[in-house]
Design a protein around this ligand. Structure first.
Ligand SMILES: Cc1cc2nc3c(=O)[nH]c(=O)nc-3n(C[C@H](O)[C@H](O)[C@H](O)COP(=O)(O)OP(=O)(O)OC[C@H]3O[C@@H](n4cnc5c(N)ncnc54)[C@H](O)[C@@H]3O)c2cc1C
Length: 379
């Protein structure tokens, strides 16, 4: 049985996040986008309201909410600005491998750190020459006594410039591909860790994306996350849990695109009538709504399976791929409904289109999602 109606608690969570998007995010989203300003103040308010780190177990200071509730929050925040939603949920991306593989001390220190005071974290698999092919990463580690020493570079790391710790994946021997990869927690300020260039992006401009450099970066052996050599499995298990969040970002973009399009179509007149009376516009809007509803079913199903402790790589990939591709299409259609006004920054839909594109790229491109699905179907 899958859930179609929200419980009272879930409705309250949704209403809180919805009001937050309306009152706190939307009024400043354009400004943040224009200047690429990191939304620290907004995150501080989200933190105080209990909208950050929500899946961290209560034992470590979090709310212990499920993937379903997190998906609800992700949709609402991204309705306001998906750059803000990405900033907030990058903490969840970094917390997930610790939640999955960390020992009690690591959970206490790092998950407890996230919930104790406003702070940020990053998760880093991608490199300049290894994005889709995670098993091909080349950032190296070697054991020296009681330490691990890391060398290499990471690329495209969300929250990189603001992270208090980074979960980094590195290999002891790149030739062994997935078998050689391990995960490490590297705290900010560790000698040898430096933050590289901040990217000037097309969309989600307020989210911070940087390179990370590691030069003889030595960390205590206690910062190894999970067993040595299990890093690739951990990275994949993490994505299975976090891809529904990206799907939910797509839902937020789709619902905002629909709301803006409906409002505009009723106001804008051509040939003496509101464009809402032209069937061509009606059909565009109807198709947007179909995609949104179908995306909801996939996202809720993927999240429900996670909450039942039955993570499904397939379902998470279905949801992420469908919602990312459709968010891109729906936002592009919203620009079409707005005509010339859709192409300028006075109206919100051009930002939705720019922001949506990233959903098809990060946490596995839409092609990678199809690879995950096809591999299992054809096995
Ligand atoms: C703004 C932003 C934020 C990000 N945040 C993070 C982060 O926090 N942490 C992190 O680790 N990474 C992050 N990423 C990296 C992101 O996950 C990668 O960009 C993504 O996985 C794609 O890798 P790539 O850019 O190297 O593209 P490539 O792997 O070079 O792919 C290029 C193209 O080829 C296609 N392709 C590749 N291989 C195949 C194949 N076998 N079959 C068919 N098509 C294929 C891809 O789909 C893509 O279209 C972020 C990226 C961006 C842009």
């Amino acid at each position: 049985m899958y859930q179609f109606e929200l419980t009272e608690e879930q409705t309250a969570i949704r209403d809180t996040a919805r009001a937050f998007a309306r009152d706190v995010i939307i009024p400043v989203a354009g400004e943040l986008d224009e200047h690429g300003t990191f939304p620290r103040d907004i995150c501080a308010k989200a933190f105080d309201l209990g909208l950050m780190n929500v899946e961290v177990p209560e034992e470590y200071g979090g709310l212990g909410l499920g993937a379903f509730e997190h998906a609800i929050i992700c949709e609402e925040l991204s309705y306001g600005c998906v750059g803000v939603a990405t900033t907030i949920s990058a903490n969840n991306l970094a917390a997930t491998p610790i939640f999955l593989a960390g020992n009690h001390e690591q959970k206490k220190q790092y998950l407890g750190g996230l919930t104790g005071a406003l702070s940020f974290a990053s998760y880093a698999t991608s490199e300049p020459d290894a994005g889709s092919d995670v098993a091909g990463l080349r950032c190296r580690y070697e054991r020296k006594g009681d330490t691990f020493v890391l060398n290499g570079s990471k690329q495209w790391i969300t929250n990189g410039g603001h992270a208090d710790f980074i979960v980094i994946f590195a290999t002891r021997d790149a030739a062994t591909r997935h078998k050689g990869i391990s995960a490490f927690i590297i705290p900010k300020g560790t000698p040898g860790l430096s933050i590289g260039k901040k990217e000037n992006k097309m969309g989600q401009r307020c989210s911070n994306t940087t390179a990370i450099h590691l030069e003889d970066c030595a960390i205590p052996a206690a910062n190894l996350l999970g067993a040595e050599g299990d890093g690739f499995k951990l990275a994949m298990a993490t994505f299975d849990r976090t891809r529904p969040d990206i799907a939910a970002f797509g839902l937020g973009i789709m619902r905002r695109s629909i709301d803006e399009s409906v409002k505009y179509a009723k106001e804008r007149k051509t040939f003496g009538v509101p464009i809402a009376q032209h069937q061509a516009i009606q059909f565009i809007i109807a198709d947007m709504a179909i995609a949104y509803e179908a995306g909801h079913l996939l996202t809720y199903k993927a999240a429900t399976l996670l909450d039942r402790d039955q993570p499904s790589a397939m379902l998470s990939a279905y949801a992420k791929c469908f919602c990312a591709d459709n968010a891109m299409r729906v936002a592009t259609d919203a620009v079409q409904v707005f005509g010339g006004n859709g192409y300028v920054k006075e109206y919100p839909v051009e930002k939705l289109m720019r922001d949506a594109k990233l959903l098809q790229i990060y946490e596995g491109t839409s092609q990678v999602q199809r690879m995950v699905i096809a591999k299992r179907l054809l096995a």
